[in-house]
Design a protein around this ligand. Structure first.
Ligand code: SAH
Length: 398
């Protein structure tokens, strides 16, 4: 049993937590006893001692834990987790019925009532991600709850926490069938190879589903497409299937080459008709500019932070510069798909980066489409700050 302690929060934060804000901010509470183990339950009370909510102690970048319930009688047991998982599954009925899309998120942390936990579905396999030591202390209850609720082929897990935020290499298998990876999932009819036991990432970022669909349907036919920070080339595959004349995928990780070849191949596309470059995107921009290359469509989907031997890149500081580099090699009237998953700024700020870059490049533009997290990535209704994904599809006006 996880121990329960009383956590007094400052008056200023009471209304927000009582009304539905899910995160327990560090500054909202009195300092914690250093020896307290993560996973401890918080009975969150007002300065006068009156009950507000029940939460758990789990350290993530912004907070010290998450609210689980506002009902003082609610026990945090297997039934509790089962109830949350059941409601989350019901919300995704349509995804389960759609044969063209066999991978999606079934449980999205705070949006589904348990911050720090996500569950993704990959053609019968369930993959749980635990984002703190605290939520991991409930692992067995959560896995039992899941097993009671769904029919599964297999269950995998990712521990997305440790002392320095790095993923720890481990065997992620939990239960059921041992996956013969890669398995092939479908997204709007497109095949993607997925490996649930190969480090922190699986081969596909499910939150970009609608953006990939739009790229394929609206912006690819006959076009040259540059996909930067391309990882396994998921955007390149979408573009190729949308009729792109040629795609160029650029990523500095060596694994991106075989992984991108694989993603093309599982869709019957001849990868030799496409360019796959293992190199630093910023070097590629210089190379392309020197050779006067122009692309009809440029996809920018960088990690929030990246460090190489020569430089560091942070989306919150350097996005305008990234856009300016991209603009220099985008064809007249071309399209830039600008994306970021940095939760530290909102859509308004992101658009100000776009505006700055275009002004400084003497270019005019129009935002044709705007995307945030798709329907299966449920976020808390009144708190848009948890909707971290921001994508703008931008057309150059000259
Ligand atoms: N756009 C991808 C996901 C990007 S993940 C998709 O849709 O699937 C971030 C990727 O950026 C990683 O594969 C990483 O290797 C790559 N990366 C980070 N810094 C880079 C740099 N300076 N140049 C090229 N690739 C970089």
């Amino acid at each position: 049993m996880n121990q329960t302690i009383e956590l007094k929060i400052k008056q200023h934060y009471v209304a927000e937590i009582a009304n539905g804000y899910p995160l327990i901010l560090k500054e909202a509470a009195e300092p914690l006893d250093e020896t307290l183990d993560e996973g401890a339950l918080f009975k969150i009370v007002r300065p006068n001692g009156k009950y507000v909510a029940t939460g758990y102690y789990g350290k993530q970048n912004k907070g010290i834990g998450w609210v689980l319930t506002r009902n003082p009688q609610q026990e945090i047991d297997q039934d509790f987790f089962q109830g949350k998982i059941k409601s989350a599954l019901q919300l995704r009925d349509e995804f389960f019925e759609d044969d063209d899309t066999t991978a999606f998120r079934v449980f999205n942390g705070e949006g589904d009532g348990i911050g720090g936990l996500t569950i993704d579905f990959f053609d019968g396999f369930y993959m749980l991600s635990f984002y703190s030591e605290g939520i991991y202390s409930f692992r067995n209850l959560i896995i039992e709850a899941l097993k009671e609720t769904v029919n599964y082929r297999g269950i995998y897990e990712k521990k997305r926490f440790n002392t320095n935020g790095q993923y720890v290499e481990q065997d992620d298998y939990v239960e059921g069938e041992v996956g013969q990876f890669p398995i092939i999932i479908k997204e709007n009819g497109v095949n993607y190879a997925v490996d649930l036991n190969d480090g922190a990432m699986t081969g596909i970022f499910l939150d970009q589903r609608n953006v990939r669909l739009s790229l394929r349907e609206n912006y690819s036919d006959g076009k040259t497409v540059l996909n930067t920070f391309s990882y396994t080339g998921a955007f390149s595959v979408a573009a190729a299937l949308g009729g792109a004349y040629e795609t160029t995928s650029v990523d500095l990780a060596k694994r991106s080459l075989p992984k991108t070849i694989e993603q093309f191949s599982v869709n019957g596309i001849d990868y030799e008709q496409h360019q796959i470059k293992v190199m630093n995107v910023f070097d590629y921009f210089q190379y392309a500019a020197r050779h006067n290359m122009k692309f009809d469509v440029v996809v920018l989907d960088p990690p929030s932070f990246a460090r190489t031997k020569k430089m560091t890149f942070s989306t919150s500081k350097d996005y305008p510069k990234l856009l300016k580099d991209a603009l220099a090699i985008t064809a007249p009237k071309g399209i830039i798909i600008a994306s970021t998953n940095n939760a530290s700024f909102d859509m308004k700020k992101f658009k100000s980066f776009i505006d700055k870059a275009f002004k400084e490049s003497n270019q005019r533009y129009k935002i044709l489409e705007q995307h945030q997290l798709p329907e299966d990535f449920v976020t808390p209704e009144d708190y848009p700050e948890f909707n971290y994904l921001k994508v703008c599809i931008i057309q150059l006006l000259k």
